[in-house]
Ligand binder design. Sequence first.
Ligand code: GDP
Length: 528
Amino acid sequence: MKKHNQKEIDRRRTFGIISHPDAGKTTLTEKLLLFGGAIQMAGAVKARKASRHATSDWMSVEQERGISVTSSVMKFNYRDFDINLLDTPGHQDFSEDTYRVLTAVDSAVMVIDNAKGVETQTRKLMEVCRMRNTPILTFINKLDREGLDPLDILADIEETLQIECAPLSWPIGMGKRFKGTYNLYRKELNLFAAGADRVQDEGVTIRDLSDPRLDELLGIQADDLRADVELLEGAANPFDLEEYLKGNQTPVFFGSAVNNFGVREMLDAFVEVAPAPAPRATETREVSPYEDAFSGFVFKIQANMDPAHRDRIAFLRICSGKFTRGMKVRHHRIGKDISLANATIFMAQDRANVEEAYPGDIIGLHNHGTIKVGDTFTEKEPLKFTGIPSFAPDHFRRVRLKNPLKAKQLQKGLVQLSEEGAVQVFRPLFGSDYILGAVGVLQFDVTMARLKDEYGVDATYEGIDYATARWVECDDRAKLEEFEKRNQGNLALDAEENLTYLASSEWRLNHVAEQWPDIRFLKAREHA
Ligand code: GDP
């Protein structure tokens, strides 16, 4: 093990933000970048958001995707740490990418709107974090507005997300009466002042809450804080680093992202407790980030921002070794050595050619259709990283081809787009039309536009009465055959020929699952 690499690896933090739309992810991202000195980017995050009102028009989809390519990974430095913030797109561009990005992070920050508590998208993203026991730090946002009782929010998180909360800061009032937060482990009072450009919270050390300065600073709310802290001492879980790292407990901070309040407090704790790049599982063995030999896997593929170039960018997470520009690596799925000559590293401000990179870093590879989601690259050893799943789609469309002579091209296009992870394709056991599945509806527009543009196929899609899907498996062949015979109308094969059950409702699915206890209905499936 090279000492130098170890230092580089240990100072890396690779994470994503999970939240429901409008909880404040974009605002928080901007403030984090501000601390990293990437101020220009802060504007760009907003610009991206403004351009989100996508239509099905290809150019605007392209444009939007382009902007999101540059901001898919935001790299910034804070104190001695090298931080990679991976964007988890929300809103209309919510897609499988959103889920898969979480397979490439070492931890996550969860943002909750204090007026809303846990919302649906957060719940879905949390399910994905669960699959790898990703450690999660929580930021409860918008304390400058009226919201739910903080204790109720914690109870909501614990109940809905099945994770223990350990508050590390505590709010004093909210809305018009919001006075700030009390940092429970530093014993420090942070007084709230509104204003977006502040970079420093005003901390006052108050070791003993009976200190009369507290009354001077907080007035009658001083006693509320005393009562809350006393209550917490009896009722709240103390922070336990091990439990956090196992994904069983989440440390909680309160603040107001738009006022840049509580953000630095959260970031300081984050860099200290969040894990550095961890070992990763492959089909054959676990790979330590400290190993000398380079390895990495592709977790996302995205259309290039430049419409003149039809290539796409594959995002690779480095898992071990050191990347140097021009190095030769083996692309195991196709059994070829390739030179990583023009990899791109994503800096917050700009894209730049990368000379070297370490485990935890993300590099972008230009791809002309030879790279799939899930592909592993190593120096020599044939490895295959596991844990890069497909997720059962929630939205479905039937594809109608306008010109029947283009059936071959349609098939080719759909197979390639599904390999890339842009959309899922199902072929019903009965009937000839393809069915597309997606976790976000924008994926359909992008697929149609790309079919036309890249494969010359003019197709439309129409709604279809499915609401959910599950991959089905059964150890008993005869049972599976019987199940197939009885449910033909609802069965389809995905692009990798896996049998899938399509259901018109969650209720229907549960009903069928109850009737067929020997059949496993899987919500997520690993890439072949
Ligand atoms: P995203 O959809 O999660 O990326 O959310 P945004 O960051 O775009 O925020 C959604 C809305 O909430 C915007 O209008 C923000 O200005 C607002 N917002 C974000 N943080 C705060 C906050 O701390 N307090 C208040 N009052 N509004 C906020």
